[in-house]
Write a protein that binds this ligand. Structure first.
Ligand code: ZN
Length: 251
């Protein structure tokens, strides 16, 4: 009974955190405070009432429009809330009460705004990545597994992507290099292998699809951060199982 209650509590917490992460993704690139002013309609500037701040439900009730000026509220808003809620629930189911739960929640809270900002602005902000590195480095001795793995994974991922960056600076930015380092620190081994491999595969396949369907041309830049983030979240949730699957295929 308790476990069902906790699962729902984690999803609901995630929905509200997702709502805040939307604000972070909107305000950080503009250099605005993430705490002040309170949430308002970006079009008519009216401050939102608590009833307009209920994740997903408010957007549905308002049919995706501001109550006063009828400006459209992007569907990204409820989607991010829902995704964060589901991720919180999955992280809880995976780890339960543990230090890994804190690391997992921290990783979700960093990767969601990093992904949104990279998609919109093609930037992976140091103001998110650097504190993330410190957070996971400090937490790493508490996590399950050999305590040095996260440090080695972080250094290894950083070094590998730095090499790619030096060979092909246009394909891989320094933001991706630092993000890979942060993911290594958060996940340790072998999860970091899983994360980077999945990120590269996803990035490659989706770039080919975008090129093949003509949605993007060769000159367009496809941000790599979202693929790394997706790989990292899959590795966070199912890393050991995916690793076993790799080994099963290879040997
Ligand atoms: Zn408005």
């Amino acid at each position: 009974m308790n476990s069902i209650l906790y699962s729902w509590l984690s999803v609901i917490t995630g929905l509200f955190v997702g709502s805040f992460l939307n604000v972070v993704a909107d305000r950080l690139p503009a250099g605005e405070s993430i705490l002040r002013p309170p949430s308002h309609c970006p079009n008519c500037q009216r401050q939102l009432t608590p009833w307009e701040l209920i994740p997903v439900l408010s957007w549905l009730a308002l049919r995706g429009r501001c109550r006063t000026c009828y400006a459209a509220i992007p569907w990204r808003v409820p989607l991010v809330e829902l995704a964060t809620g589901i991720l919180f629930g999955l992280v809880w189911l995976r780890f339960g009460w543990s230090w890994n739960l804190i690391a997992g929640i921290g990783l979700v809270c960093l990767l969601v705004p990093l992904t949104l900002i990279d998609l919109q602005h093609r930037l992976l902000l140091n103001v998110l990545v650097y504190p993330g590195m410190v957070f996971f480095a400090l937490l790493s001795p508490r996590l399950a597994g050999f305590p040095l793995w996260p440090l080695l994974a972080g250094l290894g991922a950083f070094g590998f992507f730095l090499t790619v960056h030096l060979i092909a600076p246009r394909g891989m930015g320094m933001g991706d290099v630092k993000l890979a380092g942060m993911i290594g620190l958060a996940l340790g081994l072998p999860e970091t292998f899983v994360a980077l491999f999945l990120g590269i595969i996803l990035g490659g396949v989706i770039s080919l699809v975008l090129l093949g369907t003509g949605l993007k041309s060769r000159k367009d830049y496809v941000p790599f951060g979202p693929f790394l983030a997706a790989g990292a979240l899959l590795a966070l949730l199912w890393g050991p199982e995916i690793w076993q699957f790799y080994l099963h295929i290879l040997f």
